[in-house]
Design a protein around this ligand. Sequence first.
Ligand code: PLP
Length: 397
Amino acid sequence: MKQIRPQFELSTTAVSQGRRFAGSGPRPIVDAIYTSVNFDLDDDDYRDIQETGGERSWYYSRNRNPTVESVEEKIAALEGAESAVLFSSGMAAITTTLLSLVPPGGTLVAAEELYGETSAFLRQQFSDFGRTVRFVAVDDLAEWKRQLADSPSLIFVESLSNPMLRLANLTALASLAHDVGAKAVVDATFTPPPMLKPLEHGFDVVLHSATKYLNGHSDVTAGVASGKKETIDLVRQSSVVFGSTLLPQGAALLDRGLKTLVIRTERACLNAEIIADYLESKSGVEAVTHPTIGSYADRDLADELGLKGAAIVTFCVSGGDDRASRLIADLSVIHEASSLGSVESLACLPSRTSHSAVSEGQRQQLGILPGTIRLSVGIEDSSDLLEDLEAALQITS
Ligand SMILES: Cc1ncc(COP(=O)(O)O)c(C=O)c1O
């Protein structure tokens, strides 16, 4: 702790006394949170700002912040990436990355099966920025090949689609993209690193809504993009200009969540497997979607990509959306909420949340039949979750 000279006036002392400097004083096990927006500058900093734009110096937190940066390094290491950049939300990560990597006049080919807000951004705003987008069903490789014939800049998919858990053939899609000189970007929010490592399958950039599994405690919104340093540097430059950077306090919360990512997701995937098994045996449950269920559409692909489970179970009850709504309202351990990836189990009706803006016909095409419930399985004891579901299924039967 730096002692300031005693002759300073009280107001100066009130502002400046007690500043901590790295390397002196206590050596905490948990990183200090650097909330400071500004950093004292010296000649080396000015030289660096002039020569590299400030790559090595701390001077302003929208550009670089030690707390944010240490979490970026952790996530890059988890993804097997050279570099990562954090954002204030998953949507900030998606919009900034896509606008950075598709130049004005360029084209993006995206999967049809996308998170509602991503889809809305691409369908309603992307062209306002002078970019074009075309959509392809994620599993139609022949159509991807056709749509890539005019060498677009980028392809974009979600690793596991919401809510029907269709798995993207990452290896094949990355190879098709690279054949025409396009980069491949994946939103892997549903499959954090313990479940899948998209960069190992040839993808160039992996994005997450870190609000979900990476944080895991429903108490911070954040997003992240990871990949080669050269690519992430481009995305970072846009992020600094757009001002979509993450607060250090948010980064510190995310860091605390990341410490338990592996055990949280292992437990949640195991719970999900138990629940999927149970639901499959229940009368009144018409369909269950989970990678461990025999009828799972992408089973072979899941083995090929080494998918290590999923903590979402999507199921359809007889009686349509009316019964599904009553059922989730009757749950007491499982919350009725629209997000996912947290320690608490959360259930919602896609037709009333993520896919409410989609017509019933389109929902049917995506496999979201009336009565479909998406359950994001948490880390509670599986016996309590089963009892909760059993009671709600009985009351509403
Ligand atoms: C797959 C997916 N991507 C992106 C987002 C957006 O993330 P955020 O809410 O952190 O902006 C979500 C949010 O639910 C999501 O499910």
